[in-house]
Design a protein around this ligand. Structure first.
Ligand code: AP5
Length: 214
């Protein structure tokens, strides 16, 4: 199965992407995770991406497309794309890559969550820098405040999760990424609309239910 997860910051793409990958044996390709790792390792890509990410802006398409082309070239099995594509140019680029690989997308899953819920989820997000598990102080708190249940590391807040940057990320999503829904509708790809406001299990069940029709 080859899927795209589309949704605003905090909609649950990372959370549901991990569950989909586990359940269906897919590779989760999350451009945000790859970029954060590059920033942490201070690679040339990370150095170029950091300023854009910290401002809540998108990293330039040519950098993203080169990065994704590289990752996808190893993909013979199924995958779930989380956070990519994010612009029409990236969607066109993905189409070209998949055509070269002679493979098709099965569906685009759109997670819809109202802005006030997105802001609360993002403000409560804490991540483990070591094992990468993601918590939420409101919805999925760790047993010990500030400490990862799985590996004991101290939990951190993402650099782009401060309120001013989140507001910009939401605007960038509405302006540059939301139009992709129409792009995929027009291209004949199956677009599945999922209400992302329920708890994690409810959203997962709804995604699975809708995927049964694909
Ligand atoms: P990226 O890492 O992709 O961030 P994002 O799209 O802003 O999305 P988030 O990671 O904030 O949210 P999510 O939808 O994954 O939600 P999550 O599951 O974590 O991108 C970051 C930056 O990198 C971009 O701003 C840009 O600069 C750059 N970038 C990345 N890709 C790019 C691209 N293709 N082109 C250009 N630039 C790119 O959940 C959020 C929180 O809510 C968590 O705490 C979670 O535990 C909780 N939660 C999840 N689901 C639920 C639920 N159902 N109920 C209650 N809580 C929930």
């Amino acid at each position: 199965m080859r899927l795209i997860l589309l949704g605003a910051p905090g909609a649950g793409k990372g959370t549901q992407g991990a569950l989909l990958a586990k359940k269906h044996g897919l590779t989760k390709i999350a451009t945000g995770d790859i970029l954060r790792d590059a920033v942490r390792r201070d690679t040339p890509l990370g150095q170029q991406a950091k300023t854009y990410m910290n401002a809540g802006e998108l990293v330039p398409d040519e950098l993203i497309l080169a990065m994704v082309r590289d990752v996808l070239s190893d993909q013979t099995e199924g995958f779930v794309l989380d956070g990519f594509p994010r612009t029409l140019e990236q969607a066109e680029g993905l189409r070209a890559i998949l055509t070269e690989m002679e493979i098709d997308l099965d569906a685009v899953v759109v997670l819809h969550v109202p802005d006030d819920v997105l802001v609360k989820r993002i403000s409560g997000r804490r991540s483990c820098p070591q094992c990468k598990h993601v918590y939420n102080v409101y919805f999925e708190p760790p047993a010990e405040e500030g400490q990862c249940d799985k590996c004991g590391a101290e939990l951190v807040r993402r650099a782009d999760d401060d309120p001013a940057t989140v507001e910009n990320r939401l605007q960038v999503y509405a302006r540059q990424t939301q139009p992709l829904i129409e792009f995929y509708e027009a291209s004949g790809t199956e677009v599945l609309y999922v209400d992302g406001t329920g708890d994690v299990d409810e959203v997962q069940d709804e995604i699975e239910e809708q995927l049964r029709s694909v």
